[in-house]
Design a protein around this ligand. Sequence first.
Ligand SMILES: NC(=O)C1=CN([C@@H]2O[C@H](COP(=O)(O)OP(=O)(O)OC[C@H]3O[C@@H](n4cnc5c(N)ncnc54)[C@H](OP(=O)(O)O)[C@@H]3O)[C@@H](O)[C@H]2O)[C@@H](O)CC1
Ligand SMILES: Nc1ncnc2c1ncn2[C@@H]1O[C@H](COP(=O)(O)OP(=O)(O)O)[C@@H](O)[C@H]1O
Length: 525
Amino acid sequence: MTADDLTRIAVTGSAVRTAEEPLLAAGRGPELMRAAAWALAEHAAALLRERGPVAGATVAALVGPGNNGGDALFALAFLRRRGVAAVAVPVRRDDDGAPRWHAEGWAALQAAGGRRADAVPPEAALVVDGVLGTGFTGEYELPAAARALPADALVLACDVPSGVDADTGEVRGEALRADATVTFGALKSGLVLGEGAARAGTVHVVDIGLGPHLPTSPAVRLGVMDEAAARAAHPAPAAEAHKYTRGVVAVVAGSERYPGAAVLASAGALHTGAGMVHHAGPQTTRDLVLTAHPEALVSAKGPEPSRADAWVAGPGLDTEHDARRRWAGVLAALEERPEAALLADASALALLTAAELRSLRAAGTPVVLTPHAGEWSRLRERVPADGADAADPLAALRAWTAEHGATVLLKGPRTLVVAPDGEAWVVTGGGPDLAMGGTGDVLSGAIGAVLAADVARRSRARRAGEDPGPAPTARLAAAAAWLHAQAGADQARAGRITTATLPTALGARVARLWWPDDAEPEAVQ
Ligand SMILES: NC(=O)C1=CN([C@@H]2O[C@H](COP(=O)(O)OP(=O)(O)OC[C@H]3O[C@@H](n4cnc5c(N)ncnc54)[C@H](OP(=O)(O)O)[C@@H]3O)[C@@H](O)[C@H]2O)[C@@H](O)CC1
Ligand SMILES: Nc1ncnc2c1ncn2[C@@H]1O[C@H](COP(=O)(O)OP(=O)(O)O)[C@@H](O)[C@H]1O
């Protein structure tokens, strides 16, 4: 992995431990620990400096029995040499009452003039959580000393907050909430997933030279979507683009009962830069879509199958007879042009069958499903897969997508996207500003537009005699979700908090992605 990758691709704590093995066997453990401790001390000093002088400040560390505690002890020793009052608080003791901790680390701290105490002193400005790192197993019992921290002390976690599973982000027991975490070797997936992400605070990744030893298999890596990755997945249209090269999105959404979904999904596609959006639905939704978006095409059946690059099916479709007919129409259109992509959301997730998934997979159609947590659990009941009931959401997603051949984007505060080959992405950055009815409909249209642009690119490549390879559906969907999350945050910052204005904020984000030097998001109403 490159230094850039280290912050953009998370791997499990277990994978980092495996990567360390050859280095430890070669006797490089102490060197790695020094590098980790030095970086931890640097970040501690930077945090102290935000509040005042480093020299003279008090830093305490909660020190556990393993190497995580060793890192903390060496970091304290470095800080002591910079004039910090360094205090080590052991949290495990042997039967004779002696602290159970890293002997060389303690020796280094003593040599530097640090001391040990039974509790964190009230004057401590910063507390390092160095109890447990990647060696954490079972349940974490918060040490008594961690329960009585000075109210305004900052908490800096060493590698991972103690009690957080570095693989999954699960918190087993009580864990401190860190202001920042300094993590070594690679970004750990437990710091970007689940509750672990909420406990970690700002995460700093420190390169200690593990890059060449880290695993490359998609099955243990987790991409963190960001602007650069989103731009690579959804690049600006070429100068010679025309509406069809930018991608045609067919939107089969909305019903008499839920008419607004057709408008929101169409808006999501239009504002994500689709060349053309064609809504298929009853008269009511056709009228609404046309009134809101005069540039859209509308009809009862949708575009000619040969014309559509992506089908967005399901938002507000209801599940009555008419919905089944419309869903069957989408599948029939895809049979005619299997290289077009399918985005299935909401009602379509309740209609989709295992047999349909098998046919789509056999035909090579790129498929993305976008359930929220409730829809995901219903989908797994109706269309089960071995291992898909795992408690670890990423493991469950990997098991299900591998068996059924569709990419799943699991919506939530941290959206996870997993492809059948195990490629996985996490989308962070959005906030509760998106927790409103209809934002998912906008997302489905946005993903449709990104998929359509990719399908159009791929078709052109094929016509030119090139092999464009398989569609990278997980990163395409994650890119759209990232744009959508950023748009939610952007519009909240600008004082707008309704779903109706989200598509406009999305458009401003896409413009910034495509033309970063020109776009002025503040100017967009
Ligand atoms: N290796 C390297 O090259 C580098 C590693 N680095 C650092 O090492 C860290 C990993 O260190 P590690 O392997 O010593 O494990 P660590 O997280 O300190 O904990 C293990 C100890 O905790 C205990 N324990 C476990 N669960 C428990 C529980 N629930 N409740 C209570 N106790 C529990 C368990 O004791 P046991 O219960 O087995 O007696 C065991 O002794 C890593 O996160 C990074 O900070 C860096 O220096 C860079 C180079
Ligand atoms: N607390 C939250 N933080 C960040 N994003 C959220 C949060 N709650 C919901 N979202 C996002 O809002 C959208 C909601 O989609 P969905 O549940 O399908 O709503 P609807 O069906 O009403 O459109 C998803 O993109 C989801 O990731």
